[in-house]
Ligand binder design. Structure first.
Ligand code: BJW
Ligand code: ZN
Length: 256
């Protein structure tokens, strides 16, 4: 993968960098994406029947079981070179913000220490009624299980269509997008808002916006660079192509 020389130059001098990831970054780990043909989860299931509060109210058992199946799938996969390259970027740039729409926890498992998980975490559960998070509950065979605090039904700890994103996380992501010099949009179809607004914010603030995706998205015509390829190939190549002028020292620092 050839990285444009002008981009390498920008990366060498960059101090504030932000990256937004989507389902595509986990595709090479074997986690199906949402909208890709054939392997996309939602090619087989209608997302609107599964990932909304209304769907949960209509058929809580179906939705709970779908998430249980996905949770199991995620537990059986490993981070890929794309996740590891992003964990390395956190060590290389003085200010690096990783923002993900993914709920699979693979960035944390790859060693990224600060991750803004905008759409939640599939391994967590919370109460549909009182909102309290539930780590443990008494198994009574009921699906979904009941909230230990109020007896309401438990639901996955993710953000569904029509729900607000965690305010503090979204504010931090917007701030990083507005302040960064380089913004990466990796493995996302750039269709779901408000996450899809983040590269728009970065562009308006004058950042260099780099898209990494094998396919075109609504962001492609606006991106400063569009690197067509798999995240697990492009991101390690990017990392190998530059050395920031202001690399951090200390444990885990990049070797020279
Ligand atoms: C590779 C690759 C490889 C493949 N390497 N790449 C403005 C206009 C219109 C509508 C709205 C609007 N603002 C808000 C809305 C409504 C809605 C929305 O955006 N709808 C759009 C569809 C139009 N947004 C919301 O409801 C959000 N809430 C909100 O806005 O609250 C305020 C509000 C409330 C009420 C009314 C109005 C406003 C919440 C959004 C929550 C999204 N939740 C989900 C489910 C999470 C839980 C779960 O996992 O089940 O999040 S939906 C789903 O989409 C999931 C994803 O995180 C998200 C994004 O998908 P992503 O990651 O981009 O995946 P794909 O599959 O779409 O794309 C994969 C890409 O990877 C492709 O491009 C491939 O080419 C690429 N790829 N292999 C690199 N190896
Ligand atoms: Zn409750």
């Amino acid at each position: 993968m050839d990285i444009p020389a002008t981009l390498i130059q920008v990366l060498r001098g960059a101090r504030r960098v932000a990256a937004l990831t989507g389902a595509g970054v986990s595709a090479e780990s074997g986690v199906p994406t949402f909208r890709d043909a054939q392997t996309g989860l939602w090619a087989r299931y209608d997302p609107h029947e599964l990932a909304t509060p209304e769907a949960f109210q209509r058929n809580p058992r179906l939705v709970w079981e779908w998430y249980a199946w996905r949770r199991e799938k995620v537990a059986g996969v490993e981070p890929n070179p794309g996740h590891y390259a992003l964990a390395e970027m956190e060590r290389r740039f003085p200010e690096f913000t990783l923002i993900t729409q993914n709920v699979d926890g693979l960035h944390r498992r790859a060693g990224s220490r600060r991750v803004l998980e905008l759409h939640g975490d599939i391994t967590r559960s919370k109460c549909f009624v009182c909102g309290s998070s539930a780590e443990a509950w008494t198994e009574k065979g009921e699906i979904p299980p009941r909230c230990p605090a109020c007896g309401g039904r438990l639901r996955p700890g993710v953000v569904w269509f029509g729900e607000m994103l965690p305010e503090r996380l979204l504010a931090a992501a917007m701030d990083a997008a507005a302040r960064c010099e380089v913004f990466f949009s990796i493995g996302t179809s750039s269709l779901v808002y408000p996450a899809a607004a983040l590269p728009e914010v970065a562009l308006r603030a004058g950042a260099t916006v780099v898209e990494v995706n094998p396919s075109e998205t609504p962001l492609t015509p606006h991106a400063t660079y569009s690197l067509r390829g798999l995240a697990g190939v492009v991101l390690p190549a990017l990392l190998a192509s530059f050395r920031p002028e202001t690399a951090r020292s200390g444990a885990g620092a990049a070797p020279d």
